[in-house]
Design a protein around this ligand. Structure first.
Ligand code: DQA
Length: 141
């Protein structure tokens, strides 16, 4: 099984950005965690990060025919992007939304997720472990 993991804006700043919320581990640590979890589950993971909405949309589109499922943390675009929602709907692949922090217990605007409308599940507040859980869920589908 091939899973594409897509991370949105500012996640490349992990380890530097708001450590009281996101912790001290870096984006490279997150990539290593995802690769290790994928290996343990026996799935192939392709990891992509961008700060640009259009690049995220294009990467979702490229999943058609190249991936079996998507794990996506759209980061701030979660709360604003109809384009990412439409791209997920367009490819129609099973997708799970992940957030490192518990978006439901933060500001009100973080409670809105457009992407969730095209995802089978949302995992929030579990830190890196959320990505492993998301891959497990997709494997079980
Ligand atoms: C985030 C939560 C978003 O609200 C925020 O904009 C992010 C990261 C998370 O992983 O907790 O950039 O998606």
């Amino acid at each position: 099984m091939k899973i594409t993991v897509i991370n949105g804006p500012n996640l490349n700043m992990l380890g530097i950005r708001e450590p009281e919320i996101y912790g001290h581990a870096t984006y490279a640590d997150l990539e290593a965690f995802i690769r290790g979890s994928a290996k343990a589950l026996g799935v192939e993971a392709d990891i992509f990060q961008s700060n640009y909405e259009g690049a995220l949309v294009e990467h979702i589109q490229q999943c058609l025919g190249t991936a079996d499922a998507i794990v996506i943390n759209p980061a701030a675009y979660t709360h604003t992007s109809v384009a990412i929602l439409d791209a997920l709907k367009a490819v129609g692949l099973p997708a799970v939304e992940v957030h490192l922090s518990d978006v439901h217990s933060r500001e009100d605007f973080r409670k809105i997720s457009y992407a969730s409308l095209a995802c089978v599940e949302t995992i929030a507040g579990q830190g890196f472990a959320g990505y492993a859980r998301a891959m497990e869920l997709l494997l079980a589908l």
